[in-house]
Design a protein around this ligand. Structure first.
Ligand code: GDD
Ligand code: MN
Length: 368
């Protein structure tokens, strides 16, 4: 008799990747909850902390000093939920990798259902879908978040080409082998890693398990305007089939807002009966300044410049835009004087040339 055959199949090892940013009050309760809920499972926890100022990493480290199942990874650069999750998943030793929030909104008990589903249906990835029944107010989300969430859901399903009840959830478990396969193709979707994973391999066998999204226990949400911006530009980039990179899309949006600024200033200055060339110069400068500031905030958020570097970057932005500005002002002025006062079209043509030129230079020399 071959004893290998009667031995029970070794249980799969589970790695829980728990990204943290200023979660000092949550890490210990989270670990305690995992310990009590998943007692029958061979698990490890990897806290992936973006060097939180509140001492989250130290707290987790001290708490787990003599528990080898709990590790803490500290990151110093490119802060972000998706980026931290990816790093944690790459460093994990389990056969199954789970990403979840530490703030109490994701109940580790749901993991038992998720793993059972993954195994029984032989899936690659299972996500936990927040219950979104119309009659049930989502206690975990504000009304605005709910509406944004519904719209995001619709757009995401469109991009993915498959219908999910909750494509925006941050709670999922997947096979290590499937993750390693898609990992090199992942970008930076801000908070929406699940979406990027499903997009990167359309053949992944995926399932959903419903769960009740809890209420945050300590601290506050890290979801801000930059995270939303990252998500919107990420979706749009995917909608172009990746043809337009995320940063170019953001840059174009900023450029678009610059056009409004430009015309608003242009017509206001012209109203003071100043010469056209003066009005055009002021408008171009104000628009360039607004573009610089917005790009620093949104487009190059992860390479954002501060202090004197910001001042230097601004001067560089103006300097490298000078060619565009001169071309813009002279083309517009020429057209204005020679043609039948086509201020609008001439200015638009100038701005178009200027935008492309600036994007190339911005990537090379300013937000390197
Ligand atoms: N390392 C790291 N770096 N962790 C982060 C960062 C970051 O920049 N930002 C957030 N986190 C961690 C938080 O510490 C928390 O454990 C988890 O990621 C979720 O962050 P929250 O700030 O609580 O996000 P949320 O509740 O608004 O959003 C959650 O629900 C969304 C669905 O409504 C997340 O799970 C999202 O992924 C999900 O889409
Ligand atoms: Mn949360």
């Amino acid at each position: 008799m071959n004893f290998d055959q009667v031995q029970p199949v070794p249980q799969k090892r589970l790695s829980i990747i728990a990204p943290t940013y200023n979660e000092i009050g949550n890490v210990i309760p989270f670990a305690e909850r995992v310990k009590s809920t998943l007692a029958g499972i061979d698990w490890e926890i990897l806290f992936v902390d973006d060097n939180s100022a509140d001492g989250t990493a130290r707290k987790a480290f001290e708490y787990a000093a003599d528990d080898a199942r709990i590790r803490t990874i500290i990151r110093l650069d490119d802060r972000g939920l998706a980026r931290s999750s990816i790093q944690g998943m790459l460093s994990a030793r389990g056969d199954l990798l789970c990403v979840m929030d530490v703030d109490g909104q994701h109940d580790p008990a749901v993991l038992v259902d998720m793993i059972a589903r993954l195994e029984s249906d032989n899936l690659d990835i299972v996500s936990a879908a927040r219950r979104l029944e119309a009659d049930r107010a989502l206690e975990g989300l504000s009304p605005l978040r709910q509406r944004l969430s519904t719209f995001g859901n619709w757009l995401s399903s469109l991009v993915l080409g498959r219908k999910l009840s909750d494509p925006l959830t941050g709670f999922f478990v997947m096979r290590r082998s499937s993750f390693l396969d898609v990992a090199p193709r992942l970008g930076d979707p801000g908070f929406k890693l699940l979406l990027d994973i499903l997009y990167s391999n359309k053949k992944l066998r995926h399932g959903e398990v419903p769960f009740d999204f809890g209420v945050r226990t300590h601290g506050e949400s890290k979801l801000d305007i930059y995270v939303v911006w990252k998500f919107v530009t990420f979706l749009l980039s995917k909608m172009t089939g990746g043809l337009l990179p995320v940063s170019l899309i953001s840059f174009l949006f900023v450029g678009g807002s610059g056009i409004f600024v430009h015309f608003a200033v242009l017509y206001s200055v012209l109203a003071f009966a100043l010469p056209f060339i003066a009005a055009q110069t002021v408008a171009t400068l104000v628009a360039a300044t607004s573009n610089f500031l917005l790009n620093n905030l949104l487009t190059f958020q992860d390479k954002r410049l501060y202090g004197w570097k910001k001042a230097l970057g601004y001067l560089k932005f103006l300097a490298v835009s000078a060619v565009g500005i001169v071309a813009n002002v002279s083309a517009a002025t020429l057209a204005y004087e020679r043609l039948v006062h086509v201020v609008f079209l001439a200015t638009l043509a100038g701005i178009a040339i200027d935008t492309v030129w600036k994007f190339v230079i911005a990537n090379r020399f300013i937000w390197k």
